[in-house]
Design a protein around this ligand. Structure first.
Ligand SMILES: Nc1ncnc2c1ncn2[C@@H]1O[C@H](COP(=O)(O)OP(=O)(O)OP(=O)(O)O)[C@@H](O)[C@H]1O
Length: 281
């Protein structure tokens, strides 16, 4: 703290303990929760495969023996329960709300696990939606979770802001697709992450190519990718390039994403393990 501190952080830019404390809006998780690492999955717009990447990352880390969880913060477009084929509803008791376990033991909380019908639209205003996401963090009992993946709502609106301010996110992964204005999206994500003081773990390019099952050739359906140049401009890693694969969309539709085959996320898994290990040292 500066000797001249008048506790008026708004008019002072010093990076001191008072300022940092005053600007820390992080909420504590439920007292019975224990969450080691929280990874936010973001995208610039909807439909690029953010929920799919979130699901596959959780499955990958679960296969490696980590207890994983998904907090579905995409309140108005929750697609996680469907990808995992979850039909049951979340139950609560006097202590709090329990996540629903998938067949392989991944803990999930999503607004669709609370609504009477999956098809009921969520017609709520921003502050209500943000409040629900916060409650998914504070009122759900997340027991012994190694990696929690947060499926963020697309963009940089009210809800992502609340998530980043109220949940201590350890890092974010940005999902893009080749047809997007990738450069702009990545630059925005980098700036947002800087503002929120959260490291970007790297980029995942979804729908990168289509591999012909007859000739084995890779076709760039959405044109050439620029992800590598953009990543190096920002000093970021490209974590994975995921093909367009009808088997993947079929797995999501049938609720069997836990059975996906492919090694696309093996290198991301190593990076996540390193993040976990650095804390143990
Ligand atoms: N690489 C892929 N191959 C085949 N299908 C895919 C692929 N990526 C995504 N899809 C399909 O595209 C649809 C949209 O994906 P997803 O729900 O993950 O997008 P999203 O970015 O989370 O969208 P929103 O933010 O609007 O919820 C899903 O039906 C998914 O199965």
């Amino acid at each position: 703290m500066s000797e001249n501190c008048n506790k008026s952080c708004e008019s002072c830019s010093a990076d001191c303990s008072v300022r940092n404390k005053k600007h820390d809006f992080h909420e504590n998780p439920h007292e019975l929760s224990n969450i080691k690492k929280v990874i936010g999955i973001v995208s610039g717009k909807g439909g690029v495969g953010k929920s799919l990447v979130t699901s596959m990352l959780a499955v990958t880390m679960n296969r490696l023996g980590y207890h994983t969880a998904i907090l579905d913060a995409d309140i108005t477009g929750p697609s996680i329960p469907k990808a995992f084929g979850i039909k049951e509803k979340a139950k609560g008791n006097a202590l709090g709300l329990n996540p629903v376990k998938t067949k392989t033991g991944i803990d999930i909380m999503s607004v669709n696990l609370l609504l009477n019908n999956d098809t009921d639209p969520v017609v709520w205003r921003g502050p209500i939606i943000s409040g629900v996401v916060k409650q998914f963090w504070t009122d759900v009992i997340w027991k012994d979770v190694d990696f929690m993946f947060i499926d963020m709502p697309p963009g940089t609106g009210d809800v992502p802001l609340t998530v980043f301010q109220s949940i201590a996110v350890d890092g974010i992964i940005v999902v893009t697709s080749p047809q997007e204005l990738v450069s702009m999206i990545v630059t925005k994500a980098v700036k947002m992450a800087e503002m929120m003081n959260i490291p970007i773990i790297g980029l995942v390019e979804n729908m990168s190519y289509f591999k012909c099952t007859d000739c084995g050739k890779e076709h760039k359906i959405y044109g050439d990718s620029h992800i590598d140049e953009i990543a190096s401009e920002h000093n970021l890693k490209v974590l994975a390039k995921l093909p367009i694969d009808p088997k993947i969309s079929a797995a999501c539709d049938k609720g069997i994403i836990e059975l996906f085959e492919g090694d696309w996320f093996d290198s991301v898994a190593k990076i996540l393990e390193e993040i976990m290990d650095t804390d143990k040292k």
